[in-house]
Design a protein around this ligand. Sequence first.
Ligand code: 0L1
Ligand code: MG
Length: 271
Amino acid sequence: MTTPTAVVPRVAELLDTAQQTVTPVNAATPWPQLDLDEAYASQAALIARRQARGEHGVGLKLGFTSEAKMRQMGVDELILGQLTDGMQVPDGGTIDLDALIHPRVEPEVAFLIGADVDLTAPDVDLAAAITGVAAGLEIIDSRYDGFRFDLPRVVADNTSAAMFVLGPWRAPGEVDLDDIPVTLRAEGEVVAEGTTAAILGHPLRTLPRLVALGGRLGLRLPAGSVVLAGAATEAVPLRPGGVSATVAGLGTVSAVAVPDGAGPLGEGGGR
Ligand code: 0L1
Ligand code: MG
């Protein structure tokens, strides 16, 4: 990493304000050019702002782990984001839509890391530290107008991370993650289908990539950390109502998206 430049705190402030005011950064906002090192430094500054408000890091996520999504966005690199406890919604819990700009949801495979792992150490074996596997839901919410960004911008925006939900953990030996059907449902209807093979061919293949990226950034995964390995389908717009992801043989995770202060679903006005 090169030395962070003066643009870093400004970018972090703009993105933090966008998230907190639920107002996207638009084309009229003066925006500095960022290289990838500055983008990751901006992401770290953004997370530091959240930590200063009392949030704690709980893990890491990878983005663009599906070839289809990379092609769609015109990029060829995986990206890494950071998860905090303030982003976590309990399984079966409520997603406050009024805190989100234009949320999308995607089904993920999540890993629980059972030992302290220093990603900068030589020969890190992250797979050996996995003590749980679960179905996950990730809610992404780009802080840029229209989800329009280049690679440095989406990295600075913490890879669009907004919220996540984890299903029950299963022991890793209980589940074969090879090419398992994954189904995303909204209000009980199937809205996207894929398989775990969409995640770099196999979710475990993401781990060396996470180690390489996280090591370069000097990151650690304390015992109890979560890793979101990536989405098995495209992300779909998150609408009011129930949403769930099922990874066959692994489990189901769900949440209910609700406009804040709304009455019964349907009366509060949808998006
Ligand atoms: O988790 C992800 O794959 C999201 C990566 C960021 C790109 C996006 O906002 O779609
Ligand atoms: Mg994701």
